[in-house]
Write a protein that binds this ligand. Sequence first.
Ligand SMILES: Nc1ncnc2c1ncn2[C@@H]1O[C@H](COP(=O)(O)OP(=O)(O)OP(=O)(O)O)[C@@H](O)[C@H]1O
Ligand SMILES: [Mg+2]
Length: 249
Amino acid sequence: MAKVVSFSIYKGGTGKTTSAVNTAAALAERGKKVLLVDLDQQAQTTKYLGFDPDTIPMNLAHVFMQNIPIALTVQKTAFSFDLVPASDLLAAVEAMLESGKDEGLLREKLDAVEAEYDFILLDTPPGKDKLTFNALVSARQIIVPVSTERMAVDGLADLIKHLHTVLWPKYDLDQDIRILFTKYDATTSLSPGIVKSAQKIYRENVLPMLVHSAVAFPRSYEARQPIIQFAPSHQGTQAYRELAAWLAQ
Ligand SMILES: Nc1ncnc2c1ncn2[C@@H]1O[C@H](COP(=O)(O)OP(=O)(O)OP(=O)(O)O)[C@@H](O)[C@H]1O
Ligand SMILES: [Mg+2]
């Protein structure tokens, strides 16, 4: 059965999509069978992997709106893993889902493909979207990509509080939460200080690998290639390889 891993934090722009795509590529490099699910109406994971969301006939929105089996929406990427694409139709799904009621739908829909993969990775949108709650309820492992800045660390506390006080009691979840620092800037004392203070609070839940800030990431997005293919020996590539190794252990 696949291990379901959600890349989530309510704050925007912290590296959720970058981490989900590059961890998928790094797990695939290790020979793992990986399905990456794009839950964001911005469809940036879909675009990162070279697809045009408007020309793919079926995506995750159809799974929710027309009850299409998720397997029928799976696309093979050029990077040895599979993708369930998104499109802006997910905005209609968001409007359709009932708050506080439909949070378990994705979990049911993933059941049908769980036997085919080692890992199912979920890239969630920013904000408290009902689709994000669906991903959080589906996951066994939650990776929280936090850009190394105070505001993002505050966002981390918001997510953890919501999990502890709302989703865990309601769904009786037993989940592991790990923090992945991204956009780490070693040239000032700011980033090291932020990581240290987070380690004091969250201890072993802070992952040891740090994803440094690097222009190679936006460039790899522009090139429509995970960083493993775009810059195989880059520090950022190494960090996501380490995350994949940690997940696969
Ligand atoms: N380690 C990094 N160093 C430099 N830039 C990065 C890094 N990681 C991501 N970025 C860039 O930061 C921007 C936001 O990253 P990304 O889209 O992965 O964040 P996100 O959390 O998915 O955003 P959203 O909340 O909008 O979905 C992108 O331009 C991306 O290329
Ligand atoms: Mg994103």
